[in-house]
Design a protein around this ligand. Structure first.
Ligand code: ADP
Ligand code: MG
Length: 444
């Protein structure tokens, strides 16, 4: 490796250390090696497959940004697994080949997200059955299929599984998977470059359209308009439409009723947070697939500690496996406590307004500052009321102290806020469940 490339790499590492913090840096970046550095391709060598998986999921944008900062690099970034494990290499190559083959036809599905790798339990049984039916008989049973559920519960997995199944089992059908952000970008770009005809051609002449994260269409009138016509055109031709969202159609804000109605015209299926047993099954399946030695007690501990997010559950497992393989020590509860201390909280962690604010802000997609500052905007009003309500429920703070934490409100504002929340909880079952699960997440 050229000396100059090595120097650039060291600069990249410095930037990364700054960005991700010392402990993440030590675990994930220090063990990496620069393998190749060309104008349009950088290859990093990772110690094993866990690194590849984790970094691709969590740190790709950091790496690309850092490379573009030190070397104005804008090409591709790839990983080479140093692992001697031939079996895994083979599997990876197979998956990568499949990805490439599909991508050449304009299909961007994640090959790992299949029905076979999806663990079914009471919380996702209904959505899974609906997805399977649609995959087996696209366009003729449930159209559209609308899947909704919280973050990390398997929506993207399920709609990719539909796509993968169709690609593998029904020949001649064209499938398109698109996250709504990408659709948005394409619409904007088509308008700018006067290429609307191409866009229409692309989206209206397919057999199966899988749209992910449709909630992000809120407030984007032009994109809504385009989606509306795409929808009608496909629907009339009995082409299958599947959508995934973090909330049901009627709760997607700032979209016209005609879209809401269409979203709900077929079948709406929800995914609930997984039960303890489902979490155990998911962990065991993943551990088995990745050949990770996961002791039963650690598995139970993880399933108990991680409340509802399956992505987080898998993330913990990968983190433990990476640590274990790097240090050559087996996974134990003691090790898990240390390695996962950022993710999994202590039993006797105190409930503070800061913790409540962090959790509430995350749930509503806000920054903690939004809840603390004086600003009064519509978007923060309800989250802030929720924060005050939960703080009153879970801490001993006086009303006026609570007010101080939430933008310097006085105690009567806190009383009003709590009343509002209670009233809404009594009328709105979904809202009530949301508050309940927030409280569960915060309470040790
Ligand atoms: P969402 O789109 O709902 O936020 P994802 O589909 O991205 O969630 O799922 C997050 C991670 O959890 C993915 O790696 C996915 O494979 C995994 N996952 C979710 N549900 C299951 C399940 N029932 N069985 C196996 N893996 C699952
Ligand atoms: Mg998703």
């Amino acid at each position: 490796m050229l000396k100059k490339s090595q120097q650039l790499w060291e600069k990249v590492l410095l930037i990364l250390e700054e960005k991700v913090g010392k402990s993440s840096y030590e675990l994930w970046f220090k063990p990496l090696k620069l393998f190749d550095f060309k104008e349009d391709l950088i290859v990093l060598e990772v110690p094993n497959r866990f690194f590849k998986e984790w970094i691709e999921e969590n740190y790709m944008s950091y790496l690309l940004e850092a490379f573009s900062e030190v070397a104005s690099f804008s090409g591709q970034l790839k990983f080479k697994i140093a692992d001697k494990d031939k079996e895994f290499k083979k599997e990876f190559t197979q998956l990568e080949n499949r990805t490439k083959k599909l991508a050449s036809k304009g299909i961007f599905l994640n090959p790992r997200y299949t029905f076979e790798s999806f663990v079914v339990g009471p919380s996702n049984q209904f959505a899974n059955a609906a997805a399977r039916t649609v995959a087996e008989q696209p366009g003729s049973v449930y159209n559209p299929l609308f899947i909704y559920g919280g973050v990390g519960l398997g929506k993207t997995h399920l709609i990719n599984a539909i796509g993968n199944y169709i690609v593998d089992n029904i020949s001649g059908l064209s499938v398109l998977y698109v996250p709504i952000e990408q659709f948005t970008n394409e619409v904007v770009s088509a308008i700018r470059h006067q290429k609307m005809a191409e866009l229409k051609d692309k989206y209206r002449n397919i057999d199966v359209l899988l749209v992910d994260d449709i909630q992000f269409i809120s407030g984007k009138a032009v994109v809504q308009e385009e989606l509306f016509h795409t929808f009608n055109s496909l629907y009339e031709k009995q082409k299958q439409i599947v959508m995934a969202s973090d909330r049901p159609p009627k709760e997607i804000q700032d979209i016209p009723d005609r879209l809401k109605t269409r979203f709900g015209m077929g079948l709406i299926a929800d995914i609930q947070p997984p039960e303890y047993e489902t979490k155990l099954a998911i962990l065991n399946k993943k551990a088995e697939k990745e050949k990770i030695k996961l002791p039963e007690d650690v598995c139970q501990w993880l399933a108990k500690k991680i409340k509802s997010n399956i992505r987080e559950l898998e993330g913990c497992l990968i983190k433990l496996a990476a640590h274990s393989s790097l240090t050559g020590t087996p996974i134990t509860i003691e090790m898990a406590r240390v390695v996962l201390r950022d993710v999994i909280s202590d039993e006797d962690r105190p409930v503070t307004p800061e913790l409540i604010q962090k959790t509430v802000a995350e749930a509503f997609g806000l920054k903690v500052q939004d809840l603390r500052l004086k600003r009064r905007t519509k978007e923060v009003a309800i989250p802030r009321q929720v924060g005050m309500y939960i703080t009153r429920e879970l801490t001993q703070l006086s009303l006026s102290d609570i007010g101080k934490h939430f933008g310097g409100k006085d105690h009567s504002t806190v009383i009003y806020a709590c009343k509002q929340v209670e009233e809404r909880m009594s009328k709105d079952e979904n809202f009530k469940n949301q508050i309940k699960s927030l409280i569960e997440k915060i309470k040790p």
